[in-house]
Design a protein around this ligand. Sequence first.
Ligand SMILES: *[C@@H]1O[C@H](CO)[C@@H](O)[C@H](O)[C@H]1NC(C)=O
Ligand SMILES: *[C@@H]1O[C@H](CO)[C@@H](O)[C@H](O)[C@H]1NC(C)=O
Ligand SMILES: *[C@@H]1O[C@H](CO)[C@@H](O)[C@H](O)[C@H]1NC(C)=O
Length: 310
Amino acid sequence: MYSKEKMATPYLVFALFTTILNVQMVMCAPAASCGPIIADDRDRIQVALNLEFLEAEFFLNSALGKGLDSIAPMLTAGGPRPVGAKKANLDALTNRIIEEFGYEEVGHLRAIITRIGGFPRPLLNLSTENFANMFDAAVGYKLDPPFDPYLNTVNYLLACYLIPYVGLVGYVGTIPNLVTYTSRELVAGLLGVESGQDAVIRALLYEKANEKVLPYNITVAKFSGYISQLRNRLAMCGIKDEGLIVPLQLGAENKTETNVLSADANSLSYARTPQEVLRIVYGTGSEYKPGGFFPNGGNGRIAKGFLAKA
Ligand SMILES: *[C@@H]1O[C@H](CO)[C@@H](O)[C@H](O)[C@H]1NC(C)=O
Ligand SMILES: *[C@@H]1O[C@H](CO)[C@@H](O)[C@H](O)[C@H]1NC(C)=O
Ligand SMILES: *[C@@H]1O[C@H](CO)[C@@H](O)[C@H](O)[C@H]1NC(C)=O
C-alpha cells in the first residue's frame, strides 16, 4: 500500500535531522531557541497576521472557490496571490462551517490591520504538493497516493488540523508579553475565536477518530498524533501539541485518552514563541529558513529579522 523507499523529500530528511537534533539538544541543552524575544506589541501581533492571512485564504478558497482578492482585496495590500488554493470537495455541513471560519478570518485581518497596522499579504503555498509533503513528514514516509487536502471532508479537516492550532498557541504565548490594554484586548478576542475554530475542527475529527483515512491504513486519530508530533519536532521546544487520542498521562487529569482539546497537565493551553510558530509554518524547523506555507517567509519585523540573519 505504501512505498517506504522514497524518503528523500526535504521534509523527511528534515524530520529525521530534527529528531537527531532534539536528542542532541536534550544533551547539550542550548538555551536560546525556546526563550522569549524582545519586541513591541505591534511586532508580536504582526507575526500572527501572517497566520491570519494563511487561514483566511485556506478557508475562503476551500469553501467558496475564491479568496481575499475577490472578497476583501484591500486587505491584501497588493501581496501576491496564494499558490495552489482551490475549492475543496466538502460535505454541506463542513462547507458552511469553513465558509464561516473564512469570513471570521477576514474580520481578524481587518481588526489587526486597522488597529495596529498591516503589511502586504505574504506569498502562501496552499498547493496539494505542499500539504502532501507535510503529511509525508508527519507519518515518516511517502504516502501513496500523495495526501490531497482538497479531496474530501475528512482529508480537509485533517489539513485544517495543521493550521488554527498554531495560531492559538502563538496567541497564548503572545498575550503575557503585551504591554498595552488595546493590544491585550485585541489578542484576547482573536484567541477566543481561534481556539473555538480549533475545537470545532478537532471535535469533527474526533467523531471519526477510529475511521481509516482511505486509502491509507491510518486512522484519523493516528494522523492527528503524527501531525502533532511533527509540529513538536519542528518547533523543538518539547511537547506542546497532542493528538485526538493520547496515552493517559497526556489526557485531562491523567484520566482520559480522549483528547479533543490539546492542553498541559493543568489543562491550560500550551504557549509558543514567535520562533516556534515560524519553525512550524515554514515546515523547516528553522525561523531563519522559509518554506512550507511561506515560501518567501513571513512579513513583519520579527519574521523579517530572522530571515535577514539567515
Ligand atoms: C509549493 O510547494 C510545492 C511542494 O513543496 C513546491 O513544489 C512548489 O514549488 C511550491 N510553490 C512555491 C511558489 O513556492
Ligand atoms: C493496518 O494497520 C494495522 C495496525 O496499525 C495492522 O495491524 C494491519 O496489519 C495493517 N493492515 C494492512 C493491510 O497493512
Ligand atoms: C499526571 O501525571 C504526571 C506524570 O506523568 C504528573 O506529573 C501529574 O502530576 C499527574 N497529574 C495528576 C492530576 O495526577
